[in-house]
Design a protein around this ligand. Structure first.
Ligand SMILES: C[S@@+](CC[C@H](N)C(=O)[O-])C[C@H]1O[C@@H](n2cnc3c(N)ncnc32)[C@H](O)[C@@H]1O
Length: 257
């Protein structure tokens, strides 16, 4: 995978179909309902907005949504869907905005596409600076699934039905906390090869990085329906506020005996 690889340019042509198969389009209404409940001043900013899977339905609920993405192809897909969302090309690791947003959100593991600890902290600092004083930063990320690797390699099945076989082949670099992945999608007689690379972080590392950016954890859930986050959770939805602004009675989970 070349160093100038960008996720969006490789994935845009199949993004809508892929997210449909993975249940992410069906889930978007629940995501939007969650995000809408934090919009304090009517405005939201999505980091890595993609084709507008979340931003478009959120804007249809009357929220003024802006977005950033570093992929021309993804921004084109978004522009084809709506003119209600103001999106621009940029790097979520380093952005600034004169506007202060009620909600800034980075969902569907997009934060992981920042491949270094430094760029991830820089992203959180940029987001912190763009938040309204009473704003919320919402992050959705999977818990790293590092079981089953042999010699730092693993192949797993993402989808197996009568029409599609989608496999994920991962190489783990534990020193840099990265997974270099090739998704192989077999459908009829065609096969597509879709690369990506991601830097995983556990939720507690994310909390520490957020603290470096002047944010503190206000809530953590297992899903968009506010299920309890516990040792069985496979992802987390975390809400951060500026330090000192936390308005929730949220209690951090304690470990099980
Ligand atoms: C997994 S997709 C998620 C898209 C959308 N947020 C969603 O939930 O469907 C990740 C998106 O982030 C964008 N992206 C990845 N790295 C980025 C970066 N450093 N700066 C801006 N956008 C980035 C990709 O182009 C892609 O559109």
């Amino acid at each position: 995978m070349s160093d100038d690889f960008t996720f969006g340019e490789s994935w845009s042509s199949i993004y809508r179909e892929f997210t449909g198969i993975r249940g992410k389009i069906a889930e978007a209404d629940e995501t939007v309902a969650f995000l809408e409940s934090y919009v304090s001043n009517g405005s939201a900013l999505e980091l890595g907005i993609g084709d507008g899977r979340v931003a478009v339905p959120l804007s249809e609920r009357g929220v003024k949504v802006d977005g950033i993405d570093n992929s021309d192809s993804m921004l084109k897909l978004l522009a084809e869907r709506t003119n209600m969302v103001n999106a621009w090309k940029g790097d979520i690791a380093n952005f600034s905005s004169e506007q202060r947003y009620g909600v800034i959100y980075c969902v569907y593991n997009t934060f992981r596409y920042l491949l270094t600890r430094e760029s991830q902290i820089a992203c959180l600092r940029s987001a912190s600076a763009a938040l309204a004083d009473d704003g919320a930063l919402v992050m959705e990320m999977n818990i790293p699934a590092l079981d089953g690797f042999i010699s730092r390699q693993k192949t797993s099945t993402l989808c197996l039905d009568s029409e599609n076989t989608i496999l994920s082949a991962d190489i783990h670099d534990p020193l840099n906390q990265t997974l270099t992945t090739t998704v192989l999608w077999f459908s009829g007689t065609s096969v597509k090869s879709l690369p990506h690379r991601a830097r995983y972080v556990y939720h507690q590392e994310l909390d520490t990085m957020a603290e470096c950016a002047g944010l503190e954890l206000a809530e953590r859930w297992a899903d968009w329906a506010r299920g309890e986050f516990n040792e069985s959770s496979r992802r987390h939805v975390s809400v951060y506020r500026r330090a000192g602004q936390s308005r929730s009675s949220f209690k951090k989970p304690t470990s099980v005996a």
